[in-house]
Design a protein around this ligand. Sequence first.
Ligand SMILES: NC(=O)c1ccc[n+]([C@@H]2O[C@H](COP(=O)([O-])OP(=O)(O)OC[C@H]3O[C@@H](n4cnc5c(N)ncnc54)[C@H](O)[C@@H]3O)[C@@H](O)[C@H]2O)c1
Length: 441
Amino acid sequence: MATQQQNGQVAPAKGKLGVMVVGLGAVATTMIAGVEAVRRGLAKPIGSLTQMGTIRLGKRTENQSPLIKDFVPLADLNDIVFTGWDIFEDNVYESAAHAEVLKPQILAQLKPYLETIKPMPAVFDQFYVKRLHGTHVKKGKNKRELADQVIADIREFRKKVDRVVMIWCGSTEIFMEPTAVHQSIEAFEKGLETSDAGIAPSQIYAYAALSEGVPFANGAPNLTVDIPALVELSKRNAAPICGKDFKTGQTFMKTVLAPAFKARMLGVNGWFSTNILGNRDGEVLDDPQSFKTKEESKLGSLEYIFQPELYPDLYKDIYHKIRINYYPPRGDEKEAWDNIDIFGWLGYPMQLKVNFLCRDSILAAPVALDLVLFLDLAKRAPQLASLGVQEWLSFYLKSPQTTDGLYPEHDLFIQSMKLKNTLRHVMGAELITHLGLEYYD
Ligand SMILES: NC(=O)c1ccc[n+]([C@@H]2O[C@H](COP(=O)([O-])OP(=O)(O)OC[C@H]3O[C@@H](n4cnc5c(N)ncnc54)[C@H](O)[C@@H]3O)[C@@H](O)[C@H]2O)c1
């Protein structure tokens, strides 16, 4: 167990945690309604590691597996206060009803609370999300003024809460690559003054958060904080960041299956993934420029897991194809199919088919909640906050973020071990290697 002195290195979660959500759509409203349902004892926080997960401490023979939330000082769900921004004026109840993820009966029970959360006007520009027309938006003479308005929103909210975390649950923006404006804080700030086209709305929110020392999570595949300027700002202000794009459905399964094939040295020569979904996210992804952003994020995992440079006989020529089809009748109830062409002993071919009938926002809501709670923890753990990038949160993300020159870990089980060992480490507990020889002494 942790020593008293080491425990003291993580500040306690005292008072209220303010959660500022950018984009109050399907995922965000499912998270907010879910937290309120759990607070009232109407449902269980299934899918949330911070709420349901345990962590083994010491030897297997010691039988010590406390709940994670009892081991590390996480904010209590009762201490969370939500606010947010959206380009539409709908309050959280109206938006949740529109998203049709949760049943009307449960929403009706939560209505008085959900109606109190009304979005603040958003920073938005249709250039970056072609399929949306925002009406509830901030105005300013340049991007600097818009960033200042978000900073003012954060400062106003801070008067009501003790700590703040920001999470992007907004739409997928068009595909963008880093340019000169992203290379340093100075260049970025100059770009805000001149309204450089390289600065997307998500980056204006992230800049505002990090400038204020507020941790920032990115649920979408947007470039956002994946640029030197914002990594630098995150470090400078000890405001944790953690990668992008919630790992929920198809990529979650990919990062489970691919490590299994690799562990057994089974070859793969093709992986075809297709999806149908009919929510607003699906509509936004129907635009080729937003789809490209998502595609890049989804493609990365296999390349890193299979390490074709180490195993050319097994993985050198994988044909990896991803399709997302907007199909309105399905709403949030996405269906994903994978056809995986594998080969075994002496090269004999086999196939595996995966058909995942999932619910997008039901999978994403606990991921968003955990990211918020763990980023708040990281902010209170000086040895984590000073790093800026929190690689240990890769577990939750399709595109993990790492320090320069380090390849990301996509294997879900390596990510899970990394996460739990990080928690043991910050609490001064012994790391678990799974070596296990000591039991046979
Ligand atoms: N649900 C999943 O399993 C999953 C997995 C990975 C990533 N994501 C990503 O999470 C994000 C949210 O997904 P969703 O299903 O809730 O989508 P959604 O379309 O229901 O919600 C997005 C909300 O963001 C708002 N928005 C867009 N631009 C904004 C801006 N600049 N400022 C403020 N609000 C803005 C929209 O009006 C909308 O209400 C998407 O980018 C999606 O790709 C979702």
